[in-house]
Structure formats: structure tokens, C-alpha cells
Design a protein. Structure first.
Length: 218
């Protein structure tokens, strides 16, 4: 039976979390909301509608959610031609592919954004499939994105590992019944990732690649 290595993308393979923070902060500011950047950072990784609800509360004017999301997309889209992959992200995926793992991306990105992220990673030959937010009813921390990734890979949860950088990733993976690996390059503290379900934590893809033989992806 095969094995699946499921990866979050933003903040895990591509260094985009703080670009998202800046874009969301500006979109919120333009709409008259003053939200501290540290609060926005902690919410990155949630689907757009959930992120807005998390930051503005349930008593907000929900009729403006789409406007906020569109503003964020427009602002973030300015970076598409220069999104930076994290160190050894592509090498890690190619190594796992050579080792017999089925590599699947689980991300809320789609369309042009997903294309830009994949160009940054530059390892398309190693990526078997992508589970996006468009494919599921609920995004992380719901287990649905990870469960869909497992369906695409054709493996059960006990034969899979999920790698991500946020507490939302760790909760989604834990709820899906897979082993979770956290990376610190998204800016979330080790203790928070471990509390949310990480079995192991590494600095970034390069650290995970260098430590592969002793990791859950051995």
C-alpha cells in the first residue's frame, strides 16, 4: 500500500504568510477596520470567510465579506510574479516522490494563485494532486481538506503524514487522523503547533529534508 505526504502550501512551502498579513491588513484598513497585524497573522490559514469572521466577529456586516475578500485577492495578486519558495521546498517534494511517497498539496489557493505558488515551488513532477478549498465544503481546521487529499492519494489516514505551519493545519490533520508535522517558517511558535497536534516540528523544509531519516516521513 502507498503512502501519502500531504502539504499545506502558504507558509509551509512558500514564504507568503506575511504577504497575506499585509494584504489582509490593507484590505481591512480600506474598509474602515483597524485590526492589529499580529491578530491577522494568527488568523492566516483560515478560509477567507472564516478569517474575516475570526477577526471582525459574528456581529459584523457580513454583506461586506466578499468585498474584503476581493480586496485581499487584488492586493495579494501583486506578488504573484515573485512569490519566494522556502529553502529546499522543491527538493523536499522531489525527494519524497523518489522515496515512493504520493505528494498531495492541501491548500485554500486556487486558479492563478495556485499556479503562482506551484511555479515558486518548481516541483510539479513530484506533485500527484492538489486538494483546494474549492473541492470541500469547509476549510481548515475542518478535516475535510486533508481527508480529500487522502482520497486523491488513495491511502488511509494511518498511511499519511500532513505537513503545515499553522494551528489550523495541525487541528485539521489531527481531526483527519493523520500524523502531523509542523514547520516554524510560517511564524507560529513551536508550543502552539505541538498543542494543536504536531508530532514533530522543524524549522522549515530544508530542516525537514536534512532530518528526513529521523522524521515521521522516514
Amino acid at each position: 500500500m502507498g503512502r501519502a505526504a500531504v502539504f499545506d502550501v502558504d507558509g509551509t512551502l512558500v514564504d507568503t504568510n506575511h504577504l497575506h498579513v499585509t494584504a489582509w491588513w490593507e484590505a481591512l484598513r480600506q474598509a474602515g477596520h483597524r485590526v492589529p497585524m499580529h491578530a491577522v497573522h494568527r488568523a492566516v490559514g483560515l478560509p477567507s470567510s472564516d478569517l474575516v469572521a475570526h477577526l471582525l466577529g459574528e456581529d459584523r456586516d457580513t454583506g461586506r465579506d466578499e468585498e474584503l475578500s476581493a480586496a485581499h485577492k487584488a492586493l495579494y495578486g501583486q506578488y504573484f510574479d515573485r512569490l519566494p519558495a522556502l529553502p529546499d521546498a522543491g527538493r523536499l517534494l522531489r525527494r519524497l516522490h523518489r522515496d515512493g511517497w504520493t505528494v498531495v498539496l492541501a491548500t485554500s489557493a486556487g486558479g492563478a494563485e495556485l499556479g503562482a505558488l506551484r511555479r515558486a515551488i518548481d516541483a510539479d513532477e513530484a506533485i500527484a494532486a492538489t486538494a483546494s478549498a474549492d473541492d470541500v465544503a469547509a476549510g481548515k481546521p475542518s478535516p475535510e481538506p486533508v481527508e480529500h487529499a487522502l482520497e486523491l492519494a488513495g491511502v488511509p489516514a494511518e498511511r499519511a503524514v500532513f505537513v503545515g505551519d499553522t494551528v489550523w493545519d495541525m487541528r485539521a490533520g489531527s481531526r483527519a487522523g493523520v500524523r502531523c508535522v509542523g514547520v516554524l517558517c510560517g511564524g507560529i511558535p513551536r508550543a502552539d503547533l505541538e498543542e494543536a497536534g504536531a508530532d514533530a516540528v522543524y524549522d522549515d523544509p530544508a530542516h525537514l529534508l536534512a532530518s528526513l531519516s529521523g522524521s515521521p516521513l522516514a
